[in-house]
Design a protein around this ligand. Structure first.
Ligand SMILES: [Zn+2]
Length: 466
């Protein structure tokens, strides 16, 4: 029995959850459910990042105190995860006093080790990213993530001496002692480190909504540093997890923090490194970049209430490889619903059980096939779309097998063969239900029930689109 500790980023609660947050969190939930199904002792942590200037501003605009503002948003995140049938084992909030204590402790250790220095800093700052941004990161003079011009900003900050850690970082990354996946991302990071690392500011002067910087009341801990520490502080706050994490699941936009700054901090404080960071791709919505200003952000809660949690989970993991960029839209989700789920899976279950009922077949209740090594590898590599494709291979074969053997004709001619054919399809449905469980827990449950009672009911009744 292996111990597994899987994390998502803690989400910044300056706004309601969107489909991008849902993507990472669904993936973590699928993995966690899969490992538990395999008998592992798996723990899935998610949470919320609640400090920083952007949150204080958003609270101010909403006419609320920051704490009341974040409390409200946290409940919206929790509601979103519930509507997508996401079962995390732990939820951490950076406004938790115990987390704040661990942040203080980590900063103190960085200082004691001689890796923190106070300096004057001047640079371009993106308010959206809450970070200083270098000239070569800009596109047309704007932050590529926020499509906004950065502002000139100068202040005195405490710096983490990241530049001293180049060698150590390269050693752990190149040897995969600290694995960065997919490998293209690892190469990208190795290339950047080899160009040289700059020291990074880890405090803010004018930001009050945060953890006080130890030994300097005029500064708060930079929100990114505060947030990264959650993965570690959680192991001290929540029962059932031990450091290090096995897997940090993240979006590729926050890879630098997770692949460079975070392990560097851990090296300095003498803690173990997480085993792996996996950066997934981004999606466009119907061919266009998702953005609030374009108004094309899709609401995961609305989608789940229209199609069901399982359908959203299935559609977004099936559409394109997890480590790459791709496109998603409600139209694509609706197509998956009607085709893969309704016409293929739902139809196979319904027609099989209907024939079992009609021809009064004596079905032997069987156990699912175990997951093969090749399929396990896909899960280990987070190749969700391949894994789902493989499961759908079995579904398609089942429908084909029925077409070829025509049980409705066998019913008149060969009762023995009729029983064999339907038993074979029944067995593969038992396996499909079990293998789908991590991805589509509610569907798997419904399938299991029907396979037990042998009473067919539609799994994915047609939705009429307005
Ligand atoms: Zn930005």
């Amino acid at each position: 029995m292996a111990n597994r500790y899987i994390t998502t980023p803690i989400y910044y609660v300056n706004d309601v959850p969107h489909i991008g947050h849902a993507y990472t969190t669904i993936a973590a939930d699928v993995l966690n459910r899969y490992y538990k199904q395999q008998g592992d002792n798996s723990f899935f942590l998610t949470g919320t990042d609640e400090h920083g200037a952007k949150i204080a501003e958003a609270a101010n605009r909403a006419g609320k105190e920051p704490q009341a503002f974040v409390d409200d948003l946290v409940s919206q995140f929790k509601k979103a995860w519930e509507s997508l049938d996401i079962k995390y084992d732990g939820f951490i909030r950076t406004t938790d006093k115990k987390h704040e204590e661990v942040v203080t402790e980590v900063i103190e250790k960085l200082k004691e080790a001689g890796y923190v220095e106070k300096r004057k800093y001047e640079g371009l700052y993106c308010v959206g990213c809450e970070k200083f941004i270098s000239e070569d990161e800009l596109e047309d003079g704007k932050c590529p993530h926020h499509d906004k011009k950065p502002v000139k900003h100068s202040e005195e900050n405490h710096f983490f001496l990241l530049s001293k850690l180049e060698k150590e970082l390269l050693k752990v990354i190149e040897s995969d002692e600290f694995e960065i996946a997919p490998v293209a991302r690892k190469n990208e990071i190795v290339g950047k480190i080899k160009q040289g690392l700059e020291d990074v500011s880890i405090s803010r002067q004018a930001v009050e909504w945060g953890v006080k910087f130890p030994g300097d009341d005029t500064q708060t801990v930079y929100v990114w540093v505060d947030a990264l520490i959650n993965y570690y502080s959680a192991t001290r706050i929540i029962e059932g997890i031990t450091w290090p994490a096995d897997l940090h699941l993240i979006g590729k936009d926050i890879l630098w923090f997770h692949a460079v700054i975070w392990p560097a901090m851990l090296i300095v404080i003498g803690e173990k490194l997480p085993k792996k960071v996996f950066a997934h791709g981004f999606f466009t919505i119907g061919g266009r970049k998702m953005s609030k200003s374009l108004g094309n952000a899709i609401d995961p809660i609305a989608l789940a209430s229209k199609y069901g949690a399982d359908v959203v989970r299935y559609a977004i993991l099936r559409e394109f490889p997890f480590g790459e960029d791709g496109d998603i839209s409600e139209k694509k989700i609706a197509e998956r619903y009607n085709n893969d789920l309704g016409n293929e899976l739902g139809n196979l279950l319904q027609r099989t059980l209907s024939m079992v009922e009609r021809y009064e077949i004596k079905i032997e209740k069987t156990k699912p096939n175990v997951i093969g090594d090749c399929q396990k590898k896909m899960m280990e590599n987070l190749e969700f779309e391949k894994r789902l494709e493989a499961i759908w291979g079995v579904v398609k074969k089942g429908n084909q097998f029925i077409e070829e053997n025509k049980p409705w004709e066998l019913a008149k001619t060969d009762e023995k063969k009729l029983t064999d054919v339907l038993q074979e399809v029944y067995d593969s449905l038992v396996t499909v239900a079990s293998h789908l469980e991590p991805f589509m827990p509610q569907t798997a449950e419904k399938m299991k029930k029907q396979l037990e009672t042998l009473k067919p009911e539609p799994l994915f009744p047609r939705i009429e689109n307005e």
